[in-house]
Ligand binder design. Structure first.
Ligand code: ADP
Ligand code: ASP
Ligand code: MG
Length: 815
């Protein structure tokens, strides 16, 4: 004989019930079966809601009742054919009338005891099993309905009754021995006490009903049919990468379900385990899917960790005080006090100093726990031997489970390292003596991030997801998005990096998509995006709370640069082509570097110098490997190089600058390039990265611009001065030509001092032949004293800047 249980979603409506019926018709050809069913999905909650409204004298309970009635009547209308329909509808209406009368009673006497609650919720399963059994009768004649309350006997602890196993086993086996039907349909969840009052087995208890029947009749298998294809490595509704576990042991299943894997009601495993009955978890909506097989000795290909689960709404109670050290009996008194008030302890940890004990309980019990524990220890508290119980709410427990964890070193190390790296703060840790479970108490807001992170660590080692939030989608930003789009598949395949753009913002609007924004249509979508400010964007990024989040600044905006510290403090990495942060006050630069270290978030800005050229990367490698910089000679402005390479007697200075701006070689405001400020910022950043404490004011800047150009109030005014002072620029050009020199805007750093300015360089100089918009950097170091280390190549332009940003993203992903 087989026992099959169908959950709430599986029997939520006529359409789903038809699916259940076809599964049953197929099964009935092979085996005798017992079918345990839940209430129509969501009905138990509705019944409780109706009762609670009634007891508050809120007439809306009638609306809820109407809704419940309608769902059942509709199911009958659609499932039952012919003249039988009327009879069944009449029966249903009779039962609904009885329910209504009880609700009216609750309304009148203003009382909703646990006993009444059980009576009311039992209607859910009693109605659903009746309808399903009648529907099944139409095709499987030899099928019948049996009220589980006649065969499952419990104590009188209403809403969560304890099964009297002897009586129950006897009653179940007696019934099935005498029954000759092919299929017996039974309501799950409901039972009775010795006096014949209706009791229930706890929320989710239909699984348990099925297990009790399976154990009593020694079924060949217990099948739990639900809305997912098995027990997953983590709750599939929260972790998209989770997958169904093919085989798992009873203990592992029990541990996962105790720690929140709702797919199986925790007490279900015990009866099956005792009789060694295999449990299958199957999907009603995908019957062909393999599902999960739970047995004593599962065959497993996977690693030592089998699954990750979590429990929400946890409060942590801490009892501490010097008076506890070395004095036996404190824990016993604490646990007795909790147990007398029927408070369930979810997790226990005790510091080895014995100075404190920490227990996790459900939040709903925290208030009562505080009262009873403070009462129990009132005397010691009055003597200040211990402190009043400390209660922290808003927490959750996350557990990593697997039978073979004990024979593998370092699982907890990996678990806590990956939580730490993603800024998930761990409040308490408990490791069961069986070493089948390591649990951590974390903040409620971190649940999803913690699950995804741990899932990534233990089940998806291969692929790392980076979640990008990009601000600034002008020239460079748009090209970066395009480059990402083109490389996504390659990076996934070759570097095992999954690059996901979750947020995009321009100066006015922002858009988000946790699954990754479609990079073909983003420019259309952003037009209809939400209005943004720096703060709303930051808040959104923070609230997503995704692991490996990266904020990417592709603006030249000072206010954006000021937000980096907020991101770093949330352990969100920052990648910037914006130079402002690294070239502002030294103390600000230092603070960002320190925050990056403290919060374990990268801060990368390779494109600040030389666009895509690996200038900072090379410098960092020199310093990190123990070299010392003595001098840097460089042409660091692709824009100025472009301008002076194209400026001659035939083209006016004005035209060349205009062209450079139009082709994207200058900053949006060309004054920043031409005044030398941009180059000064770059040499400053290199000096700082080389270990020198320096500020912009320490850099000598001899400008080649006339005073009026430097004073221009707007970009338009600035351009005007370029026309007015055309002869000034022609003279600069003529002088260089006469001396057989090229004009180069050079940045120099020597022994702690830096300067920038326009220079005439002759044909023997390495800068003489620098083409187009190229940059060149010469590093003179202890290891390269005479022949410098040279980096040369295109140092400006949107393509190379975008690819420099991209390189930073990849560097970060491979860390
Ligand atoms: P039923 O109504 O069939 O009894 P439940 O809602 O009680 O179904 O349980 C199934 C649900 O359990 C799934 O839809 C899923 O959201 C949740 N769940 C939580 N953890 C897990 C897990 N590790 N594997 C599968 N499902 C899980
Ligand atoms: N209907 C009950 C509940 O929702 C029992 C069950 O479905 O298992 O908790
Ligand atoms: Mg369930």
């Amino acid at each position: 004989m087989k026992v099959l249980k169908f959950g709430g979603t599986s029997v939520a409506n006529a359409e789903n019930i038809s699916k259940v019926i076809s599964i049953l018709e197929r099964e009935a050809k092979k085996n005798k079966i017992a079918v345990v069913v839940s209430a129509l999905g969501g009905n138990t909650d509705l019944l409780i809601e109706a009762g609670e409204l009634a007891t508050k004298k809120n007439n809306d309970y009638l609306k809820v009742f109407q809704h419940i009635s309608k769902r059942h009547q509709e199911a009958v209308q659609q499932l039952i054919k012919g003249p039988k329909k009327r009879t069944v509808l009449k029966q249903i209406d009779g039962k609904l009338e009885a329910l209504k009368q009880i609700l009216q009673g609750v309304y009148l006497i203003n009382e909703f005891s646990d006993k009444t609650r059980d009576k009311i919720v039992s209607f859910g399963e009693l109605l659903s099993s009746y309808i399903i059994s009648e529907a099944l009768q139409q095709t499987v004649k030899k099928s019948t309905l049996k009220d589980s309350r006649e065969i499952i006997v419990t104590d009188s602890v209403h809403t969560n009754a304890n099964v009297k196993s002897k009586e129950t086993t006897t009653a179940i086996s007696k019934f099935f021995k005498s029954n000759k039907d092919k299929i017996v349909v039974l309501p799950g969840f409901v039972s009775r006490d010795k006096e014949g009052n209706t009791t229930t087995l706890g929320r989710g208890g239909s699984d348990y009903t099925a297990a009790l029947i399976a154990a009593a009749v020694k079924a060949s298998v217990l099948e739990i049919w639900t809305d997912v294809s098995g027990m997953y490595t983590a709750n599939p509704k929260l972790v998209k990468q989770a997958f169904s576990i093919a085989q798992i042991s009873y203990q592992e299943a029990m541990e996962l379900s105790h720690f929140g894997a709702k797919v199986l009601y925790p007490p279900t495993v015990q009866p099956a385990l005792q009789k060694n009955i295999p449990i299958y978890i199957k999907n009603t909506f995908d019957p062909e899917a393999e599902g999960t097989l739970i047995t004593k000795k599962p065959k497993s290909k996977n690693g030592p960790v089998k699954g990750i689960s979590h429990i929400e709404n946890i409060a942590l109670l801490t009892l501490e005080g010097n008076g506890m050290i070395g004095v036996p009996g404190f824990s016993k008194r604490l646990f007795s006090a909790l147990s007398r008030s029927k408070i369930n302890v979810v997790l226990i940890t005790q510091a080895s100093s014995e100075h404190s004990i920490c227990v996790g309980v459900y939040s709903k019990d925290a208030k009562m726990a505080k009262a009873v524990v403070d009462k129990e220890f009132a005397y010691e508290i009055s003597l200040k031997k211990i402190k009043p119980l400390l209660v922290e709410a808003g927490l959750a427990v996350i557990a990593v489970v697997g039978d073979n964890m004990k024979s593998h070193q370092g699982i907890s190390g990996r678990m806590f390292r990956s939580l730490g790296q993603n800024n998930v703060n761990v409040r308490a840790i408990a490791q069961g003596a069986s070493e089948r479970n390591i649990s951590a108490v974390i903040a409620h807001k971190d649940i999803k991030k913690a699950l995804v992170t741990l899932h990534n660590t233990f089940f998806e080692k291969q692929i790392k997801t980076l979640n990008l939030f990009i601000v600034g989608v002008g020239n460079v930003g748009a090209i970066l998005l395009n480059q990402i789009k083109q490389q996504q598949a390659y990076l996934n395949e070759n570097l095992l990096l999954n690059i996901k753009v979750v947020g995009i913002s321009n100066s006015k609007k922002m858009i988000f998509n946790e699954d990754g924004i479609d990079l073909t249509t983003w420019s259309e979508k952003i037009k209809k995006g939400k209005p943004r400010t720096h703060q709303t964007f930051f808040k959104a990024v923070k609230d997503f709370n995704l692991s490996n989040s990266i904020f990417i600044d592709v603006t030249a905006n000072e206010d954006v640069a000021k937000t980096y510290r907020d991101y770093l403090k949330e352990s969100i990495s920052v990648i910037a082509c914006n130079k402002i942060a690294c070239s502002s006050k030294y103390s600000d630069y230092l603070e960002l570097k320190e925050l990056s270290r403290k919060y374990n978030a990268s801060f990368l800005f390779e494109t600040n110098v030389g666009a895509g050229l690996p200038v900072i990367y090379t410098l960092n490698n020199l310093i990190n490997s123990g070299d010392k910089i003595t001098s840097i000679q460089a042409v660091l402005s692709g824009s100025l190089n472009f301008i002076f390479n194209n400026f001659n007697e035939k083209t006016s200075f004005y035209d060349v600058v205009k062209q450079a701006q139009e082709e994207g070689y200058t900053e949006p405001d060309p004054r920043i390039d031409l005044s030398g400020v941009d180059v000064a910022r770059k040499i400053l950043i290199l000096a700082r990265e080389a270990g020198f404490k320096m500020d912009l004011k320490h850099i000598t800047n001899d400008s080649f611009l006339p005073k009026d150009s430097l004073k221009a109030k707007s970009v338009a005014d600035f351009y005007k001065t370029l026309k007015t002072y055309a002869s000034h620029f022609e003279a600069i050009y003529a002088s260089a030509k006469e001396n057989d020199c090229q004009l180069k805007y050079v940045a120099e750093f020597n022994n702690g001092k830096a300067k920038v300015g326009l220079k005439e360089v002759n044909s023997t100089h390495p800068f003489y032949n620098l083409q187009g918009k190229d940059n060149i950097v010469l590093f003179y170091t202890t290891r390269y004293p005479e022949q410098p280390l040279i980096i040369k190549g295109a140092g400006a332009g949107a393509e190379v800047t975008a690819s420099g940003l991209f390189a930073d993203i990849i560097t970060l992903g491979r860390n």
